[in-house]
Design a protein around this ligand. Structure first.
Ligand code: UD1
Length: 365
């Protein structure tokens, strides 16, 4: 009998995490893998593009939930996912990351007596204002297989009383995807298209509710960006949530007129990877980008007060500046004047995490 695994994705950062897992599962004749997309992200540029570029199989099912408040979005995911699990009866439901789709589907599965595997378990920012932190804590507390990317995750789970035999330090499937695609990304024409030279620009991403949903915070960040972009062009692919905020707060004209700020629609995986890899620095509030810049050895200035990925600071290129304009500017100046720490790639971030996960799942179920 084959091991039946239902894999769940919902939002953009899930796609690069699932790609190598789907590949490893499809190559294993003892596994029958199903892929369900909740539809939490639905724009072509936030979803389909990644399936095409990363050769993720077309989902067996798209639940089409779309955007809504947290309660309504999560409830809708659960309502639509339950019949899928009842009909398919998998041995394992595998969820990745920390988005609403992660907890919603894990909760459905555990209530139906089905084992839950969580990829990227154990990360903690210790900041319960972040919806992702709630999603992480809850998902881990109901998971049977906790696949962890960095040692801090193992420590956190131990502290929370998770039995050792459920916890597996396996590395980082998002980095599997990065390493697989690094060469291919070099064929991207994005630098030429934007008329940029390597190391002569910065990249910015911004989408955390804490940064973009409050007018004062967003305006303060924008002020610092104006100072930095006067010295070094900043490429800014704008997340839909952030675009909505910019329009709502009447900041569109200001942002369009900022010298050196290059505004773009969200980019595909390969263009974005090439852009980051060749940049002088990245300013971001994303979780995953802190890890990608560490592997690419690109300085990362994180616009958050905390990180659930401390290894990117201890070993990598990451510094935290919150939404403090002076700190943002000082960190950018450090990079511009060559004051950067040497960085190294964390253990097990070697391109083989998905293989380890699949091996453990087949051995233990
Ligand atoms: C979600 C995740 C976050 C992740 C981020 C990456 C949660 C709680 N948050 O945040 O952890 O870092 O994805 O992008 O799950 N929208 C579109 N098109 C889309 C998707 C969203 O226009 O395809 C707009 C909608 O106006 C929506 C807003 O973006 O209301 C926010 O989308 P949502 O999925 O609620 O959360 P994100 O901010 O994307």
């Amino acid at each position: 009998m084959k091991l039946k695994i239902t894999n769940v994705v919902g939002a953009r950062p899930n796609f690069m995490k699932i790609a190598p897992l789907m590949q490893a599962m499809q190559a294993d004749e003892d596994i029958s893998a199903q892929l369900v997309h909740t539809g939490q992200h639905y724009d072509t540029r936030m979803s389909k593009l990644f399936f095409d570029e990363l050769a993720i199989p077309r989902p067996d099912l798209d639940l089409g939930v779309g955007s809504a408040s947290h309660a309504r979005q999560s409830a809708e995911i659960m309502r639509r996912f339950e019949p899928v699990v009842l009909e398919h009866r998998p041995d394992v439901v595998l969820v990745v990351g920390d988005v609403n789709s992660t907890i919603a589907c894990a909760l459905v599965a555990v209530k139906l007596g089905i084992k839950v595997a969580h990829v990227e378990a154990g990360l903690r920012s210790f900041d319960r204002q972040m919806p992702e932190e709630i999603n992480r804590i809850l998902t881990d507390s109901i998971s049977d297989f906790l696949f962890v990317t960095e040692p801090s995750g193992v420590t956190n789970l131990k502290t929370e009383g998770v039995p050792d035999e459920k916890v597996f330090l396996v590395g980082n499937t998002m980095i599997d995807t990065l390493l697989t695609n690094r060469e291919k990304a070099r064929t991207s024409t994005i630098l030429n298209d934007l008329n940029l030279a390597p190391r002569k620009y910065a990249v910015l991403t911004l989408h955390r509710p804490g940064n973009v949903d409050d007018v004062d915070t967003l305006t303060r960040i924008l002020g610092a960006l104006e100072t930095i972009s006067a010295k070094l062009p900043i490429v800014f692919p704008i997340h839909p949530r952030t675009r909505n905020s910019i329009e709502r707060f009447d900041l569109t004209a200001r942002i369009q007129n900022a010298t050196g700020l290059i505004l773009l629609e969200p980019l595909g995986y390969l263009d974005f990877l090439q852009l980051v890899a060749e940049s002088a620095m990245v300013l971001t509030d994303s979780g995953g980008i802190q890890e990608e810049t560490t592997v690419l050895s690109v300085p990362c200035i994180t616009l958050r007060e905390n990180t659930e990925r401390p290894i990117t600071i201890e070993q990598g290129t990451n510094v935290l500046v919150g939404s403090d304009a002076d700190k943002m500017i000082a960190a950018a100046e450090d990079v511009l004047s060559g004051r950067v720490r040497p960085a190294s790639v964390p253990e097990l971030w070697d391109g083989h995490a998905a293989g380890r996960i699949v091996k453990i799942l087949t051995a233990e179920t």
